[in-house]
Design a protein around this ligand. Structure first.
Ligand code: FUC
Length: 815
């Protein structure tokens, strides 16, 4: 699937290609290693299920990821043979084109809405067991989540595109100065080493504007490139690898499970020496330099209006053709132009934000894994903290660009046939967390894949809403794929499976995108309908109790506790989407009648409740256990990512949320620490937020800085980045708060270019723990209300104008 969004590409660039060789990439923002990998982990095609360690440790913790939102690769950097794992984001098993066809695929919803009355009556009769049993029997879905349980496997899973190897004829004897570097500044991996008096260098990048992967092999002496490029295909595909002219290869594959076609092409452009395309290998002898270009695609077609009768409704263009078009264009441009386009595209996004933490204290220029090891032992490293922040931004740019599917559980990097949780789109925290940093860290364009994904869920999600709740609108459940899967999966763990507010939670991101960008055209033409239909579902799925209140019955708290007549999490999400819908309809001046209904329901929605330990209750009864350290903290949704609990506007609820966080503790899996970091930041406890950030780095981070659950799961990286922005700037309560959770450890520093709701771009500097200056650029001319501690300042703004604020005595003043 390829769509080019060239209007996002600007023509700025700072490094000319010819100067690349002299740059020390370890000096910039980079993740790097000083030892090569061996080839032990190559192509271990295993099926992993559930959580658990990745059998290929080298890939998981020592490879370096690059990507353009559609094509992804990991560079392993072995000396004897480069090993490159390849991914195309839409290479998925499952969907309506499996052998049993469309009818089988879409037959996943039970028609259970009729049972709701009986379940709710059981709650009224205080027969919770009956209510739970009826829910278990009727509210799980029909499709299995694991391939072993269903043939053909219709939910499907993300899968590898295979691995490339480039044998070099070199070994590690007498090899020195090895570096494997991911330069975040230029979105490029560089592998370099010296051997027998020769300096070897390889460079890798994947271009979004030109849809091509570029690999350049050079040395400082001529004639040193003796390379054999070969490929190990995905073993669950019928495949065909053949020469493509005299200088290339073309690979075509068809997945066994669903007939999805995929293809890649490689061309080698060499200076000096000879090149031969021999069946399934490219052989280079005695060249001075070789540039390999690779284009890849699948025949997947994104479809917002799938035809439920057509098994090919998600099937589009033949990748053999699309890869040819992309390749022809790339060949014409050549390395220098491709690099310039790539760098211009990347830096236009990446350079928007600059973070400096205690810039007066430097960190040693050690390989990243050594700095991480030192940090784990307690050595402060503020630049490592900065690097992790920017790494999250890098990963989002690399894995989520307009025209593609969103970042999945591993972003888009996966080394196997199947993976933990099918490497899918998990809707009970994970995909949402992937997008927390997007707007606030000035990458709002990267939200587009999420928006498109949500659009692709609407039509199927209407069926699910209807079947289970007889509701208008659309919803989704715990897990989704790229083929519009919205039903609950078949599982008896209802707290995992029964998650109808997953849809409204996703829809809150639509409002969020609008609130940051204030793009009214978007709201009017795309956003509003998604929000409104989600709010309609949220309303209809509630039970209007005889006492006049509205409650989500039956509901569960994610992966935790009993089937309940109204969990706090579900109500918090309903509250959020209704508030969003009310705001959105006001913004557009429409739907005043529907708005009144939303307001009425908000008024009667079961309120937050505080329990016997002073905790914000998770369920409808006070059964919370203070010893419980469960990783999910969804009942604090209103604190973060929502905005209905805040120390400023609802201090008692904020206090109750704090009790929950204290009970849950500061540990847990990667993403959970990432979430708690954001929640402590929202409680405006900078030191505690910082502790969680430290724990995330110490206990949830692999040597290549990928987040680990375990195994590798990218959400924690994004949660970490979002949390840092949240510590320095918040804008979710209708005002802009400067440095709301600055920890004592970050005495001096600055951040430039982060964003606040209302379409403001903000830079802040601080000295000795106090605000020094803030600069606010108004993107839409909306009124600006600023807060620093208990000091406030309000002023009107003009679109495009910059405002500077500082502390004068005890007051915030415009300069
Ligand atoms: C959620 C979490 C799990 C895991 C999975 C991918 O369901 O509860 O821990 O992260 O997503």
């Amino acid at each position: 699937m390829k769509k080019l969004y060239s209007f996002f590409i600007c023509t700025l660039f700072s490094l000319s290609a010819s100067s690349i060789g002299t740059v020390d990439y370890t000096k910039g923002l980079s993740v790097w290693f000083d030892t090569p990998n061996n080839l032990d982990g190559q192509a271990i095609w295993l099926r992993a299920s559930g959580s658990g360690a990745n059998p290929d440790k080298t890939w998981e913790s020592r490879s370096l990821p690059i990507g353009n939102g559609s094509l992804g690769a990991n560079i392993l950097g072995s000396v004897a043979a480069e090993r490159i794992t390849l991914n195309e984001k839409t290479l998925w098993k499952g969907g309506p084109n499996t052998s049993k066809g469309a009818e089988y695929y879409w037959d996943v919803n039970k028609q259970s809405a009729g049972v709701l009355k009986e379940i709710r009556q059981a709650f009224l009769d205080e027969d919770k067991e009956k209510a739970a049993q009826l829910t278990r029997n009727n509210f799980n879905g029909l499709a299995a989540y694991e391939e072993k349980d269903e043939t053909p496997f219709r939910f499907g899973s993300f899968t590898t595109m295979g691995e490339l190897y480039v044998e070099t004829g070199l070994n590690e004897l007498r090899m020195s100065n090895y570096r494997r570097i991911l330069s975040l500044d230029s979105a490029m991996v560089v592998v370099q080493f010296d051997k027998d008096g020769v300096q070897y260098q390889r460079k890798y990048f994947i271009s979004y504007p030109d849809s091509v992967m570029v690999m350049k092999f050079t040395a400082n002496q001529s004639g040193k490139q003796n390379l054999i490029l070969s490929y190990c295909p995905n073993s669950e595909a019928k495949s065909n690898l053949r020469a493509d002219g005299k200088d290339g290869l073309v690979y075509t594959g068809v997945l066994d499970n669903n007939g999805m076609k995929f293809a890649f092409r490689i061309k080698a452009i060499h200076k000096g020496g000879t090149l031969e395309a021999e069946n399934d290998r490219l052989i280079v002898k005695g060249a001075d330099e070789v540039v390999f270009l690779l284009t890849a695609d699948t025949d997947y077609k994104m479809n917002f209006n799938p035809d439920f009768k057509d098994p090919k409704t998600y099937v589009g263009n033949d990748p053999e053709q699309t890869t040819r078009i992309m390749m022809d264009q790339a060949v014409q441009k050549g390395y220098d132009e491709l690099y310039r386009n790539h760098e211009a595209d990347h830096t236009a996004l990446f350079n928007r934000v600059r973070l400096q933490l205690n810039p007066d204290i430097s960190s040693p220029n050690l390989p990243t894994y050594q700095r991480l090891a030192n940090y784990k032992k307690g050595t402060p490293d503020y630049q490592l903290e900065q690097l992790y922040y920017q790494f999250g931004r890098y990963l989002l740019i690399a894995s989520s660009r307009p025209g593609n599917m969103p970042a999945n559980l591993q972003g888009m990097w996966h080394n196997n046939l199947d993976g933990p949780w099918r490497v899918d789109y998990h809707n009970n925290i994970n995909i949402q967390m992937n997008y927390w940093p997007a707007c606030s860290a000035n990458l709002s364009e990267c939200t587009w894949p999420l928006i498109d994904f949500i659009r692709s869920l609407v039509k199927p999600g209407e069926q699910t809403a209807q079947a289970y709740f007889n509701a208008r609108g659309w919803t989704a459940s715990i897990s989704a794929n790229i083929f519009g899967f919205t039903a609950p999966l078949s599982s008896n763990m209802m707290s995992w499976n029964l998650n109808p507010t997953a849809g409204p939670w996703l829809a809150t991101h639509i409002w969020e995108y609008y609130d940051y960008t204030r793009d009214k055209k978007f709201l009017k033409e795309i956003g509003y309908d998604l929000i409104k239909s989600s709010a309609q579902f949220a309303v209809d799925h509630l039970w209007h109790k005889p006492d006049g209140t509205y409650t989500a019955a039956p509901s569960t708290s994610p992966e935790h506790g009993p089937i309940d007549e109204g969990v706090t999490f579900a109500h918090a999400v309903v509250r959020e989407i209704l508030l969003d819908a009310i705001q959105a309809s006001k913004e557009l001046g429409i739907d005043s009648k529907e708005r009144k209904q939303w307001e009425k329901i908000l008024d009667k929605l079961v309120p937050y409740r505080i329990g016997r330990y002073g905790q914000l209750m998770e369920w409808s009864t006070d059964i919370d256990d203070p010893e419980d350290e469960h990783r999910h903290v969804n009942h604090l949704f209103g604190l973060h990512p929502g905005h209905t609990i805040s120390p400023i506007t609802t201090p008692k609820l904020a206090e109750a949320a704090k009790v929950v966080l204290e009970h849950r503790g500061d540990g847990a899996t990667g993403w959970s620490m990432g979430w708690k970091l954001n929640q402590w930041a929202r409680l405006q406890d900078g030191n505690h937020a910082y502790k969680l950030y430290g724990n995330l780095l110490k206990n949830g981070t692999l040597d290549n800085l990928w987040d680990t659950h375990a195994p590798f799961q990218i959400d924690g990286n994004f949660g970490g980045t979002a949390g840092i922005t949240e510590m320095l700037l918040q804008s979710h309560m209708g005002f802009i708060q400067l440095l709301p959770a600055l920890p004592d450890a970050w005495k001096n520093g600055s951040i430039t270019g982060i964003c606040a709701k209302g379409n403001f771009e903000i830079s802040i500097s601080w000295k000795e723990g106090q605000l020094d200056k803030a600069t606010i650029l108004s993107g839409s001319g909306t009124p600006c209300n600023v807060r620093y501690g208990d000091k406030t300042l309000s002023f009107s703004t003009v679109k495009g104008k910059k405002y500077e604020i500082t502390l004068v005595g005890n007051l915030l003043k415009l300069l």
